[in-house]
Design a binder for this molecule. Structure first.
Ligand SMILES: [Zn+2]
Length: 695
């Protein structure tokens, strides 16, 4: 026997043995060998594979962690659409109320109305309809494809027709079989749910906190985030699991859903141990109630139950209505709630300056996750709905995809003697006065939001303010994205928007993910933005209530920044289209010394506050949209733009079918290609002047 054959035999044996031990450990909870012995075999296989990569088997356990980083997540097209159950019965806490009647009606139908399983099945209805009740797993729906018993690829549900392929991450899930046992069909699509193991999730959060990283609040969102990572090592280090619950196409010969689940288990999938086969609706009711009782003690999250008609023949007869099966129905449990003590309320200031009250709690487990803070949403909820007082006990609730919230307050004797918790009058971060803004929602006129008025001087708002400053409708600084802004702010390079104009190439070159060419491009984009018109600078400064058209009205009316800065509320209100809220907020903006200082700084660094050309009506380009690209021989970008706008035309940043002309100069790039592709008219500078009647 040659040396190569010996390697092959040993490697094949190790793969089979390690996979068997892994199944015993992860799925059957019945290990035969110690972790140490397992690791030793695993390392032996790793060494052999490093020496003989040609003999590495696709189902090797090393493939769970060793995969390559992928460049992107390609689309994953479902051969049979992945439908969701639109039919959901919702239990309102704490009573089931009319839910059981609805379930009985689902089977029997209502008098004198079509519908009801029994009526639809007609003569095919058995005396007792058999169902399967399963926990509704609160995870991420997936489809896995197996060919000749080997896992080949898998993807997310997406919109039901196309999801994203995440095979590299699925491979890392310990209880997801890479190779099936017991004569599986040649080709198979298996559907199920990827979930976090909650004790593992808690451990991971503890470790993250110890390392100074942010906790994950919600296992389902964290699972979705993990599965979308490009580097499979991230998923490989996390406690995820997979439960199989259905098939894209049921393999031939299978007669019932329960039988399919039994096959899944035999082929090596984890099937949920709480699935129940039920004869008749009364057993279904018992199974749903039992599941709800066990919910809080499970190691993974469920948010309800699913009931399916067991017989595949009956499923076939019942069919679908719109995009939902008639033979299945979902039950939603109310979000889990617990009581805990309120320690204090923290007022957090978001990137837009909005102040949100957050309850700091005695840590408590809700639905398997430890919660130590919960949102109170806004002042109205805190003060008027809950009437929150110091020392209160609160009811905390955690629903699937929202952050934990305070759902109520526990009434206790003597409670009314304790003082109310008050909303601050000034920004807890910078001390500036708060602006009060009424909700847009007409039905909630009592609802107000509070914002820190110190838009440019408040540290909590800085990243948001800088990002907004450089955004497309404002100063339009290409390349100034959120990751870069966060770096500039955290390294202290940018403390206010005007600091952008003082950045040097050396400073930028030292940042992460910043090559020399991108630094040059960014500095060029920053330089170009010095020539933006007054209206765009006004928007960029983030004056509350001042959007695109208001900024234009103000710029046209007052002409220059100096005149606008000194306008009082009366003068502001005289501008057509400007209401009292806007004039008050503009006047207040210019009353703030920080803001005046920043306008002076912007002047110093050469930002021009270029006056808007007066509005032209009936100009040569009225109603036309033009796109500028490349360098024109004599006109600067700003001058060309001003001429077009003076003639009533609009200048857009991107080419679309609605573009009338693309004005192309030297070194025109992708915009020119796009124009050619879409058949948009292309002119040079001479052509533009001709359009303007200046040629
Ligand atoms: Zn502030």
């Amino acid at each position: 026997m040659s040396l190569f054959d010996a390697d092959r035999q040993r490697m094949d044996w190790l793969v089979v043995e390690l996979n068997r031990h892994s199944t015993l450990y992860h799925q059957k909870n019945a290990p035969e060998i110690t972790d140490y012995a397992y690791d030793k075999l695993y390392r032996e296989l790793e060494d052999l594979e490093a020496r003989r990569p040609d003999l590495r088997r696709p189902e090797s356990p090393t493939q769970r962690v060793g995969g390559d980083v992928v460049a992107e997540l390609p689309p994953f097209v479902h051969e049979v659409p992945m439908l969701s159950l639109s039919n959901a019965f919702r239990k309102e806490a704490p009573e089931w109320g009319g839910v059981w009647e609805e379930l009985l009606e689902w089977e029997a139908g209502k008098p004198a109305r079509p519908g009801g399983l029994r009526k639809l099945l007609g003569d095919d209805a058995p005396p007792v309809i058999r169902y399967v009740v399963e926990p509704k797993l609160d995870g991420l729906a997936m489809e896995l494809i197996y060919e000749d018993g080997l896992f080949v690829r898998g993807g997310t549900r997406g919109d039901g027709v196309t999801g994203e392929e995440v095979s590299h991450n699925l491979r890392t899930i310990r209880n997801l079989p890479l190779k099936l046992e017991n004569a599986p069909p040649g080709r198979m699509s298996v559907r199920g749910e990827v979930l976090y193991d909650l004790p593992g999730f808690e451990k991971m959060n503890t470790a993250r906190e110890a390392a100074g990283e942010k906790r994950f609040e919600n296992p389902r969102n964290a699972a979705a985030g993990t599965m979308r990572q490009l580097d499979p090592k991230i998923a490989g280090g996390r406690p995820l699991m997979f439960f199989a619950h259905s098939a894209g196409v049921v393999p031939p010969g299978v007669k019932s859903h329960w039988e399919l689940l039994e096959h899944f288990a035999a082929w090596g999938f984890s099937v949920n141990p709480l699935n129940r086969r039920c004869d008749g609706i009364q057993e279904v009711i018992a199974a749903i109630s039992e599941l709800e009782q066990r919910r809080s003690s499970l190691d993974y999250e469920i948010d309800g139950a699913v009931v399916k008609v067991d017989s595949l023949e009956e499923q076939e007869i019942l069919g679908f209505v719109t995009r939902s099966p008639r033979w299945a129905v979902a039950f939603k449990y109310p979000p889990p709630q617990v009581q805990t003590a309120l320690r204090s309320v923290l007022f957090s200031v978001g990137r837009t300056g909005i102040v949100t009250p957050v309850a700091q709690l005695e840590p408590v487990r809700v639905g398997g996750v430890t919660v130590s803070n919960a949102t109170l949403h806004n002042e109205y909820q805190m003060r008027h709905v809950h009437g929150l007082r110091e020392g209160d006990r609160v009811i905390v609730q955690r629903a699937g995809d929202v952050i934990p919230e305070v759902a109520g307050v526990v009434e206790q004797p003597g409670r009314e003697e304790r003082p109310y918790i008050t909303f601050p009058a000034t920004c807890p971060v910078c001390g500036a006065a708060l602006d009060r803004e009424q909700s847009d929602d007409k039905k909630r006129s009592e609802l107000y939001f509070y914002f820190c008025s110190n838009r440019l001087g408040c540290p909590a708002q800085l990243s948001g303010a800088i990002l907004h400053f450089g955004s497309r409708l404002c100063m339009e600084i290409d390349g100034l994205g959120d990751k870069l802004v966060d770096q500039l702010v955290s390294q202290g390079l940018v403390r206010r928007p005007s600091d952008l104009y003082r950045l040097t190439q050396e400073q930028l070159a030292n940042l992460e993910r910043m090559g020399k060419q991108s630094a040059v491009n960014l500095l060029k984009a920053i330089d170009t933005s010095r020539g933006r018109t007054l209206d765009r600078v006004l928007m960029a400064l983030g004056v509350r209530h001042v959007g695109e058209s208001t900024a234009r009205d103000l710029a046209r009316h007052f002409g220059t920044m100096d005149v606008l800065m000194t306008a009082d509320v009366v003068a502001l209100s005289a501008v057509s289209g400007i209401g009292p809220a806007v004039s008050a907020s503009v006047a207040e903006f210019f009353a703030h010394p920080e803001n005046l200082a920043e306008i002076a700084h912007l002047r110093e660094v050469g930002v021009g506050f270029v006056p808007l050309p007066q509005k032209a009506t009936g100009g040569a380009l009225t109603g036309k949209t033009l796109v500028l690209t490349g360098t024109l021989p004599t006109l600067s970008r700003e001058a060309a733009k001003a001429k077009i706008e003076a003639a009533g035309g609009k200048v857009s940043g991107s080419v679309s079918k609605k573009t009338d002309f693309v004005v192309a100069g030297a070194e025109a790039g992708s915009k020119l290609d796009k124009a050619q592709e879409l058949g948009v008219a292309i002119v040079d500078e001479g052509g533009l002047l001709a359009l303007l009647g200046e040629a």
